[in-house]
Design a protein around this ligand. Structure first.
Ligand SMILES: [Zn+2]
Length: 437
């Protein structure tokens, strides 16, 4: 397998550190609102990464954190005049509902930042002891210039970064690039520490949880491409300071999802929430739309693009449902696969997770299914397509037909043969509604 490593800006051969095991950490949401369809892209993509490695026989440890302590949370809670814990509780629940709606599996572990504060204090103290961090009046800061290669992940030169950071210069820091590990504050949720009351900074939350949970260099660290700088750059610099490694061997970044060629943002009012989209749109169609694009490429979302994938999914669903119906009615139980198509699919995914090519293979299986005449052939393409779709986290809503539906279908066929079209049509409508015809 080859994967594009953002850390080296190259496609590299990928092998897990421990044979048969994959360690994967993906930066999760800051929980103060509902997630939108742009936030959903990494949730879908890394779920496919997990599913694919599981299919290949790997034991996957997939960790995705919840940032439940942050300035944005404090501000939103103040605005709503509620307690921060009450706010985050609502949006953590909403987040997992949306993950399920998207057809994504829950990660192996979803650590909340607030559960790891004592560990974060130790982590920061360790950085201070090793000379990589210092205490100022308003907080504890990381000495960025002390680590080599800062800026490598985001392809930025240290000089450019420094002149960029000067604009927001803070007299409390030795260098404008230094970032906050601990913020001294009594505002909102705060904790006792050797540096007074306060709370950890976002970059240290992820770096520390990674350390506590995996306790070593991991295989893949992922997230949206907007997290490369400063978040991931800062996570790496902390791991370098303490362990002289870059936290993960491979850094994977998922491209943006834009709305009608504009960045989705609250101020532009062009945000679509996951829960709103999926009221009308099948999650399968939305996953297809996402996976039809290579994960590093941007997606230019539009209503017409969504419509196109709605139609694609309808077409796929109808072919699968009809095949299922025929296999069921004829009690055909033999399961077999088209190994060539499965191989093509694996080749696509092994090439830097080219899900777009993977989806083409699924469509090929559907095309063959529609042309197939023998039951054995139908079974082969039916099971191949459903297997490949399951790796994409896409399944038929209904895997089995009810006795009533089978009876309906048989009755419909008989009525048609007898040319009793009006009665046949009544049943036909029921079958269409059930997505069978
Ligand atoms: Zn993170």
């Amino acid at each position: 397998m080859k994967l594009y490593n953002s850390l080296t800006s190259k496609k590299e051969k990928f092998e897990t550190i421990k044979e048969g095991e994959l360690s994967l950490y993906v930066c999760g949401p800051t929980v103060y609102n509902y997630i939108h369809i742009g936030n959903a892209r990494p949730v879908v993509f890394f779920d496919v990464v997990k599913r694919y490695f599981s299919y290949l026989g790997y034991q996957v440890k997939y960790v995705s954190n919840i940032t439940d302590i942050d300035d944005k949370i404090i501000l939103e809670a103040e605005k709503l005049k509620i307690n921060e814990n009450d706010l985050t509780k609502v949006f953590i629940e909403a987040y997992f509902e949306d993950v399920a709606r998207l057809g994504s599996l829950e990660p192996t572990l979803s650590p909340r930042a607030t559960e790891y504060v004592p560990e974060m204090i130790f982590y920061i103290a360790d950085l201070i002891a090793k000379g990589y961090a210092y205490e100022g009046e308003q907080g504890v800061y990381f000495r960025v210039l002390k680590v080599a290669d800062y800026g490598k992940l985001s392809n930025q030169q240290i000089d450019e970064l420094i002149s960029g950071a000067r604009i927001a210069e803070n007299k409390d820091k030795e260098n404008p690039l230094d970032f906050t590990l601990w913020k001294k504050t009594t505002l909102g949720l705060n904790y006792d520490s050797p540096w007074g009351k306060g709370r950890p900074g976002w970059h240290t939350e992820c770096a520390c949880m990674n350390d506590v949970i995996f306790n070593d260099l991991i295989d893949i660290h992922g997230g949206g491409s907007d997290l490369k700088f400063p978040h991931h750059e800062n996570e790496i610099s902390q791991a370098k300071a303490l362990y002289n490694h870059s936290l993960a061997r491979f850094w994977l970044h998922v491209g943006r999802l834009d709305m009608d060629q504009e960045k989705m943002s609250k101020s532009l009012g062009n945000i679509i929430l996951v829960r709103d989209l999926l009221k009308e749109t099948p999650y399968q169609a939305f996953r297809m739309l996402i996976l039809a694009h290579h994960y590093r490429q941007p997606i230019n979302y539009s209503a017409s693009l969504m419509e196109q994938f709605n139609n694609e999914w309808e077409r796929v669903k109808r072919a699968l449902n009809q095949a299922l119906l025929e296999l069921t009615i004829n009690s055909y139980k033999k399961i077999n696969y088209d190994e060539i198509l499965i191989d093509d699919f694996k080749k696509a995914l092994n090439d830097d997770f080219n899900t777009a090519n993977g989806l083409t293979v699924v469509f090929e299986a559907i095309k063959n299914l529609n042309k197939a005449e023998q039951l054995a052939e139908k079974a082969q393409y039916y099971y191949t397509a459903t297997l490949l779709l399951s790796i994409f986290g896409i399944s038929l809503d209904q895997q089995k037909l009810t006795k009533e539906q089978i009876k309906d279908y048989k009755a419909w066929q008989t009525l048609r043969k007898e040319k009793r079209y009006q009665e046949a049509d009544e049943i036909r409508i029921r079958l269409i509604e059930a997505g069978i015809l």
